[in-house]
Design a protein around this ligand. Structure first.
Ligand code: 6PG
Length: 466
């Protein structure tokens, strides 16, 4: 019977959760996995949803089970497996059947796949929210032809998270636009996480606080302007106890961060776009350095550990909270700046306020602040978010705290690279007369590259000697 409204390939953690979400929202879905055992088990475990799930053992059975024109979601690992799956699937499909890549693809790959698809319907959608989000409501960032998005929008909006009744599923633009926005989301995710980890370090090593105390502090901040999923889970992570040893979980977790590479893509792309995201870059670098555990231990042996412990009264909790608020605004200003630059570069007209809205629920970086960001960007999407009246006023009240945290941490040897990068960006962006005149002088000195003068003349050269 060809009556499934949609198909899904790949029943890994995210694929399985997404398939259940689709069935749970009343849509009949046909599923297929490379190993049939997984498909069978998935169907058995789906209990009361199993009526709406059609398990299939072969690709052509999957295709035959879906009503025309078909739509099939791919939830396979990013990279070659997506190309392989498309190559296996396309010959079985008709011209108006649609393939939807819902994995964490590099948007350049999505651009290429969309171009290769030509008139054949193809969407690349970024799905955020981890397993829980995929199962009960992710944030969805769509890319591809608008008419193709419209064909499946009723399903994607039904399964997405909602913020005050508005579904967090939006079409972002052609080709890889959805995966591009998802990459920036992940870059911001890295930066948000890193800044929280740096403040955690100040509390742990600077203040000598125990984990329950740190957990309480994060939980308190989750009731204020920092209210967000990442602050909420940081409180929970800090409070958790290892059932095996009875120690705080954070005392048994190795301090070397993993990564699948999406944050790195964002940092690299920002460089190509000349739209710097130094807070995200710092976060990516910090993850890489965290993995160099042996080298760090060697460094500590060689140079001794930094003093770290702060005197009483230094960096009160309110100051730490304000520093995080400032860092977060600055980081998002960079992220949205990068999206704005990509819009120009790729001709996408990316809807900045809508992007802030789609991140308000379901995704990993969801936070109370995104609502105000959506309003500020709606007023003037071209402007640096730091200059929007609401955020300018918050920054005026918090940037001194950011400076204090960076300054005191630095003099005490507490590494705060992402917060430092945020402060340096802030200082750079409020300095009308910078120091690049020296760079221009140097360039002209050694390479006759020319410079502009304040009197308006361009391509000038200096009277350099020797
Ligand atoms: C999301 C996340 C997710 C990402 C993981 C792991 O939005 O749901 O961004 O897509 O894959 O968070 O990412 P790293 O392994 O790179 O930390």
């Amino acid at each position: 019977m060809s009556d499934a409204e949609i198909g899904l390939i790949g029943l890994g953690t995210m694929g399985a959760a997404l398939a259940l979400n689709i069935a749970d929202n009343g849509f009949k879905i046909a599923v297929w996995n490379r190993t049939t055992k997984k498909t069978t088990r998935f169907h058995e475990d789906a209990s009361d949803l199993s009526d709406r799930i059609i398990p299939t053992e072969k690709l052509d059975e999957l295709v035959a089970a879906i009503a025309k024109p078909r739509a099939i979601i791919l939830m396979v690992p990013a990279g070659d497996p997506v190309d392989d799956q498309i190559a296996a699937l396309r010959p079985l499909l008709e011209d108006d059947d649609m393939i939807i890549d819902a994995g964490n693809a590099n948007f350049h790959d999505t651009n290429r796949r969309a171009q290769a698809a030509g008139e054949l319907p193809f969407l690349g959608i970024g799905v955020s929210g981890g397993e829980e989000g995929a199962r009960f409501g992710p944030s969805i960032m769509g890319g591809g032809k608008r008419e193709h998005w419209d064909r499946v929008a009723h399903i994607l909006t039904a399964i997405a998270a909602e913020h005050d009744g508005t579904p967090c599923a939006t079409w972002m633009g052609d080709e890889g636009a959805g995966h591009f926005v998802k990459a920036v989301h992940n870059g911001i995710e890295y930066a948000d996480m890193q800044m929280i980890a740096e403040i955690y370090g100040v509390m742990r090593d600077g203040h000598g606080m125990d984990h329950p105390g740190i957990a309480k502090t994060f939980a308190k901040w989750d009731d204020g302007p920092l209210k967000s999923y990442l602050i909420e889970i940081s409180a929970k992570v800090a409070a958790a106890i290892d059932p095996e040893t009875g120690y705080p979980m954070l005392d048994v977790i190795v301090d070397a961060a993993g990564q699948k590479g999406t944050g790195r893509w964002t940092a690299i792309e920002a460089q190509h776009l000349a739209a710097p995201v130094p807070v995200i870059e710092a976060a990516v670098a910090a993850r890489n350095l965290s993995s160099q555990r042996e080298a760090r231990a060697k460094g500590e042996d060689l140079f001794g550990s930094a003093p770290k412990r702060l005197h009483d009264g230094m960096l009160p909790h309110d100051t730490l909270e304000s520093a995080l608020i400032a860092g977060k605004i600055i980081c998002y200003a960079q992220g949205f700046g990068m999206i704005h630059a990509a819009s120009d570069q790729f001709g996408w007209a990316l809807p900045l306020p809508e992007i802030a809205k789609v991140w308000r629920a379901g995704c990993i970086i969801r936070s109370a602040m995104l609502d105000d960001m959506a309003s500020s960007l709606a007023d003037d999407a071209d402007r640096n978010l730091m200059f929007a009246p609401h955020f300018a006023s918050v920054l005026k009240n918090t940037h001194t705290a950011l400076r204090e945290v960076v300054a005191v941490s630095t003099t005490h040897g507490l590494a705060v690279p992402a917060l430092s990068a945020a402060l340096a960006y802030f200082d750079t962006m409020r300095t009308a007369r910078g120091t690049a005149n020296m760079i221009q002088g140097q360039r002209d000195f050694f390479g006759a590259h020319g410079f502009a003068r304040f009197d308006g003349r361009t391509d000038q050269h200096g009277p350099w000697e020797g």
